[in-house]
Design a binder for this molecule. Structure first.
Ligand SMILES: Cc1cc2nc3c(=O)[nH]c(=O)nc-3n(C[C@H](O)[C@H](O)[C@H](O)COP(=O)(O)OP(=O)(O)OC[C@H]3O[C@@H](n4cnc5c(N)ncnc54)[C@H](O)[C@@H]3O)c2cc1C
Length: 453
């Protein structure tokens, strides 16, 4: 008869996806018994096709594996150093993909499932959890397709009106890649009580010919198709720009691109025909969101079309736009820095439901939540990793760094990292800057792991 720890010593994880599997692995390897509650295969989702844990629902890419020049590559590195099962299994089932880490998805998910089920401290219970647990230590890692019943329970407990909706993501641009000889900072009608508020938006002007060319490019661009089960049921307030353009050539000029209440200091006498606005997306001021520019154009088309916007000719994108069903909570207001629900601290959240975006980021947040929960159950004090690490930058962003009012899912990127002292911005020095970011992160991540031994 295996030893079953009392309820209070056991960690319960709802959802055995990328985040839940990694959280379970980390906690169990630290000696904590874990039960994963996974609803598949009894209850399915439109995107998952198997009953395997850690199923990748769409692409098979973990993106760049470059841990010196790329933030997601750095996150790979951190997870490997922490003995992560997702990275170890991805490495085992790696497919040729240049500098990216592509994964043979079915053997990958089968291997994760086998390893988790073979772990002496992990049980998998195949059931849908429909209510928020009231006692014991729990991690909710139910992902972007959290079941309706649990979504309602979370929405009720957190005061959110709804949790499941179509996520229309607008692209995010690195602020230092915008041409300020063309763009300028100004809020419409200089609205705001402070100078900061009066200059809260960055404006990119277009003349009539540029606007017409932009609309033509939008209409002609390749768009991603909806998958089975998804319907084009977006809120009217966040229609994709190409859908707005299809409704009429002038729709965008009367919507997010309206040119009113603005004066271009570079050409004060010329009235812009249309204006694209960007707004800071993080407290560090390194990232800017293109306001109202949610889109389902394919990624290549987005880069091509958005670079025609005056001021964005050389823009680098920290994240491109996209639309799919997504359930995520407003982590900046709801979670503490231990990823616990402030109103019910026996519950942590991890994975995509916390407002990170992507397989790797979700697994990374699972890794952290698993370690934090294990420490709490074992009576050890553990603070999160430094914000200069990839894991630390992400968790700092979702638990407070991001603007709560405009909170949207986020990929890991260097814009989330505090700047490295002594290295200024500028495209030419990017290689040097990114190397400095990743060197610093690796030292701090190693220190964080060593302190737990
Ligand atoms: C259509 C679509 C396409 C995507 N494409 C990509 C892509 O190409 N690349 C990328 O990086 N990311 C993509 N994502 C995001 C992707 O889902 C996440 O990156 C990743 O899977 C999130 O990991 P997770 O562990 O948080 O959630 P998941 O991997 O989805 O795991 C959550 C688990 O919880 C289970 N569950 C849900 N509700 C309950 C419940 N009430 N009780 C018990 N179990 C429950 C689910 O069955 C699932 O196994 C896509 C998402 C969607 C919806």
């Amino acid at each position: 008869m295996p030893y079953i720890a009392p309820m209070t010593d056991r960690l319960h994880i709802i959802g055995g996806g990328l985040a839940g599997s990694e959280a379970a692995w980390q906690a169990a390897n630290l000696g904590v018994p874990v039960t994963i509650h996974e609803m598949r295969p009894k209850v399915g989702t439109f995107a998952h096709h198997t009953g395997n844990l850690a199923e990748m629902v769409c692409s098979n890419s973990f993106r760049s594996d470059d841990s010196e020049q790329n933030a997601v590559g750095l996150l790979h590195w951190e997870m490997r150093q922490a003995g992560g099962i997702i990275m170890a299994t991805a490495d085992k089932h790696r497919l040729p993909a240049g500098g990216a880490l592509a994964v043979d998805r079915e053997p990958f998910a089968e291997s994760v499932t086998e390893a988790i089920k073979a772990h002496p401290l992990i049980d998998v219970s195949y059931e849908e959890i429909t209510e928020l647990p009231t006692s014991g230590q729990w991690i909710i890692a139910t992902g972007p397709l959290t079941s309706d019943a649990l979504s309602s329970a979370i929405a009720k407990a957190t005061g959110a009106e709804a949790l499941a909706f179509f996520d229309a993501i607008a692209p995010i641009v690195y602020a230092d890649s915008i041409n300020m000889d063309v763009a300028w900072m100004q809020s419409r009608y200089d609205k705001g009580d402070s100078e900061e508020e009066q200059k809260a938006y960055l404006n990119c002007p277009m003349d009539e010919a540029q606007y017409n060319a932009f609309i033509d490019a939008l209409l002609a661009a390749d768009k991603a198709e909806f998958r089975e089960g998804e319907t084009a049921k977006y809120f009217d307030g966040c229609l994709p720009i190409e859908v707005m353009a299809e409704r009429g050539r002038e729709t965008l000029r009367f919507g997010p691109m309206k040119p009113v209440g603005l004066t271009n200091p570079h050409q004060p006498d010329v009235k812009a025909h249309a204006v694209v606005q960007l707004r800071f997306d993080n407290a560090l001021g390194t990232l800017m969101n293109i306001v109202g520019f949610q889109t389902k154009m394919k990624h290549g088309a987005q880069v091509e079309v958005f670079k025609t916007i005056p001021g964005l000719e050389d823009a680098s994108f920290a994240r491109l736009g996209g639309i799919h069903r997504n359930s995520f909570i407003n982590s900046p207001t709801l979670l503490d820095d231990q990823m616990r629900l402030k109103s019910q601290p026996n519950i942590r959240f991890a994975g995509q439901i916390t407002g990170v975006e992507g397989y790797v980021e979700s697994a990374g947040m699972g890794l952290l939540a698993g370690r934090l929960a294990a420490a709490e159950l074992q009576g050890r004090s553990l603070t999160g990793p430094a914000p200069e690490t990839a894991t630390g930058a992400l968790v700092t962003h979702i638990t407070g760094g991001a603007e709560a009012k405009y909170f949207q899912p986020m990929n890991v990127n260097f814009g989330l990292f505090p700047p490295v002292e002594g290295i200024k911005g500028g495209r030419k020095r990017r290689v040097e800057r990114y190397k400095a970011y990743t060197d610093r992160a690796k030292t701090l991540w190693t220190d964080w792991l060593d302190a737990q031994v």
